[in-house]
Design a protein around this ligand. Structure first.
Ligand SMILES: [Cu+2]
Length: 420
């Protein structure tokens, strides 16, 4: 399709049902659904149902065994959606050096599995997707190459090109925000308002907090409630000026209010996951998890080329760990030796955040101050830190683990977990 991101930015991309984001799909939890996907492109495609516990043959990763959809043909996905909450769907193909393909394009959409646990009553809800477009190779100070972008959007529109979100004074607005960016972390604020964070990656948080801004790594979702108690016309947008200037903003307009949307520039970027954990850690479960250390590193591929990525010294498909035992609890130790932050995603399972941003060096055992209760399917692991998550091996079948940054995944940052 051809899409007008703004009057100055028209481009051709691949999309679902001729729109970006694709249609909102709303399914009932545990009620089987059949989805027909028609591939009208000239290359193999596959659709991943991100955040669901689906069998490998319909999860939508060819690495797990989902069949590719041949050009000009159809695939029928029959799945039983679970768990409930805010999920999404997107292509799970490779782009390599073509910054128009895979997640660099428009193949993403919202997926809501009901009944989600409604954390609070609300009057209106809005679904927002943050995206970056027209990537090009950009050299950083150390010579490493990474994608840069010419345009940034919310729901496929740069600031001023889309419809405002229309609200009324006294309303409670529930925002479902998705970062569908191929590679970029985004910070979002709504001037004159704050966010009550209800859910991360669609899963209710143990401790709701009111925060001035949201941070979303690629593939992350945040559900947040906003009290509309400050009439005016406001900007909801990227906190970093240079990113917002490329388009990532939308107007929020109170009834009977007119004028240019107002932006109040926050002075610092603030976010941490820990604040949403249980205030008091429940006693650790009796069973101690099996530890799986995973070390992430990059190797320089020459000037002008993107780096290659390894997990425990090997790139996909050579990175391997021992098969999972059904029913056992595992602790993944993400040891990020690289200079980049990585949004790590595990397919077909959710994990619990246990330790965040620990220093590198000898990994200690399980500590009493390890956090509890935040359930996610993506976690951003900061450069030069160790982050630990736990999951129960309760969904047998091949399960892909990878960095959700498209260029990292394309260049080896991917591994399959198998069950014994
Ligand atoms: Cu990465």
């Amino acid at each position: 399709m051809t899409i007008d991101l703004s009057p100055r930015h028209k481009l051709t991309t691949t999309a679902y049902n001729g729109q970006v984001p694709g249609p909102l799909l709303r399914f009932k939890e545990n009620q089987p659904v059949t989805i027909d996907v028609f591939n009208r492109t000239d290359r193999p495609e596959v659709v991943h149902w991100h955040g669901l516990f689906s069998p490998p043959d319909v999860d939508g990763a060819m690495e797990e065994g989902t069949l590719p959809i041949a050009p000009k043909s159809r695939a029928r996905y029959t799945l039983t959606p679970r768990p409930s909450g805010f999920r999404w769907y997107h292509t799970h193909t490779m782009a390599m050096n073509d910054f128009t393909r895979a997640q660099y394009g428009g193949q993403h959409g919202f997926l809501m599995i009901d009944p989600r646990q409604n954390p609070a009553p609300y009057d209106q809800e809005f679904f927002l997707a943050l995206h970056d477009w027209q990537g090009y190779l950009l050299a950083s100070d150390d010579g490493a190459m990474n994608p840069g972008y010419a345009v940034t959007t919310i729901n496929g529109k740069a600031m001023g090109s889309g419809e405002a979100l229309r609200v009324k004074q006294g309303q409670r607005i529930l925002l479902h925000v998705l970062n569908s960016s191929p590679t970029e972390v985004h910070w979002i604020a709504l001037s004159g308002h704050s966010f009550r964070v209800m859910a991360l990656d669609g899963n209710p948080v143990p401790t709701q907090r009111t925060v001035p801004m949201l941070r979303l790594a690629p593939a992350e979702r945040v559900c947040a409630l906003v009290e509309m108690d400050n009439p005016g016309v406001w900007v909801l947008g990227e906190v970093r000026k240079h990113v917002q200037a490329l388009g990532m903003a939308i107007a929020v307009e109170y009834e009977k209010k007119k004028g240019n949307p107002e932006w109040q520039q926050p002075t610092a970027l603030t976010w941490n996951y820990e604040q949403f954990a249980h205030a008091h850690s429940p006693d650790s479960s009796a069973e101690s998890p099996i530890l799986i250390p995973l070390v992430f590193e990059s190797t320089f591929q020459g000037h002008g080329a993107m780096e290659k990525w390894t997990i425990n010294g090997a790139s996909y498909p050579n990175a391997r760990v021992a098969p999972l035992i059904h029913g056992r609890r595992y602790r993944l130790q993400f040891i990020n030796n690289s200079v980049d932050d990585h949004p790590l995603h595990l397919h077909r399972h959710s994990f619990e955040l246990r330790r965040l941003g620990a220093s590198l060096g000898a990994a200690q055992g399980i500590a009493p101050d390890d956090i509890r209760g935040i359930i996610k399917d993506v976690v951003l692991v900061d450069s030069q830190t160790r982050t630990e998550v736990e999951f129960t091996a309760n969904n047998p079948g091949a399960s892909l683990f990878h960095c959700h940054q498209q260029n990292h995944m394309d260049l080896g940052f991917m591994m399959l977990f198998d069950y014994a």
